[in-house]
Ligand binder design. Structure first.
Ligand SMILES: [Mg+2]
Length: 287
């Protein structure tokens, strides 16, 4: 491959042609083999108490990939206002092309703002409303069961008739098992769990199916998709079915690392954004 001199390599941060290359360098004009990058937010690229919370190494790499035609989606459990606030605080120089919010709604940046993908979001809202209407009458008993046994915060919000903030992960595991049992009675109902947080969702809408919808809309295949996450709510997208390239940072929970490893994904030695950047670099330098 012809290598231009004096250009910073987006894979290894080396200068092209100035040192011995231990890996294939991409021509800076070349289209990236990865066309869609799906990253979870909290614990995956964003570290609340780090400065900066999203590392420059990650920002530079995503920026380079975007100039080569790749699209970046933040695939998160946060809602719009919460994500926008955290992104603004991060002061990053790039912006995601797409957002998947509350693990299920899709938004696309139209040059001015993030606009909903109307068809997907309408179907998502309709299916959840129909399901939650059926579940609603049973939720009271579930709330009583939790409150009788645990110190936990249980509430309803516009996204789920049952939301949980457990006191610790041990309690969350026990409550999660009870919620799974509850879901057996409603085949379309599932639990979305992230650390001590949990809520209900429709099985057809999660980080994985939302990523598949974006892949379909971009007219690419899962062979051109990268996905990275750190916790249980990321498992639906951490599948080769949806993303050929998988990665997880060092701070990910063990079960996520195991799933990524089993599918020949990359488990980084670095935490959060630096770990995801290392995962992207790893996949990009594969022949
Ligand atoms: Mg996370």
């Amino acid at each position: 491959m012809q290598i231009a001199r004096g250009l910073l390599c987006w894979v290894c941060s080396d200068l092209h042609g100035l040192r011995n290359a231990s890996h294939a360098h991409w021509n800076p004009n070349m289209t990236s083999p990865i066309q869609l990058i799906s990253t979870d937010f909290d614990g995956t690229i964003f570290a609340e108490f780090e400065n900066p919370p999203i590392p420059q190494r990650f920002v530079s790499l995503i920026g380079d990939l975007q100039t080569r035609g790749a699209k970046w989606v933040i695939n998160t459990g946060r809602d719009m206002s919460s994500l926008m606030e955290a992104l603004a605080r991060s002061k990053i120089s790039i912006q995601p092309d797409y957002l998947v919010l509350v693990e299920r709604e899709i938004y696309q940046h139209d040059g001015v703002r993030y606009a909903p993908l109307a068809e997907w979001n309408a179907a998502c809202n309709r299916d959840h409303a129909e399901l939650f209407k059926r579940v609603q009458t049973e939720v009271g008993g579930l709330i009583d069961w939790v409150n009788a046994r645990f110190r936990a915060t249980v509430y309803a919000d516009p996204y789920s008739p049952f939301c949980l903030i457990a006191g610790n992960n041990g309690d969350a595991d026990l409550i999660h098992a009870r919620l799974d049992e509850f879901c057996l009675r409603f085949p379309e109902l599932t639990v979305v769990r992230n650390d001590v947080y949990a809520r209900f969702s429709h099985v057809a809408y999660n980080k994985g199916t939302a990523l598949a919808e974006l892949t379909r809309r971009l007219r690419i295949t899962s062979a051109q998709v990268f996905a990275a996450g750190d916790h249980l709510n990321d498992l639906p997208m951490l599948k080769r079915e949806f993303a050929r390239y998988l990665a997880t940072p060092a701070n990910a929970i063990e079960s996520v690392k195991a799933v990524v490893r089993q599918q020949q994904g990359f488990v980084s030695q670095f935490s959060q954004g630096a770990g995801v950047a290392e995962g992207l670099e790893f996949h990009l330098r594969q022949p």
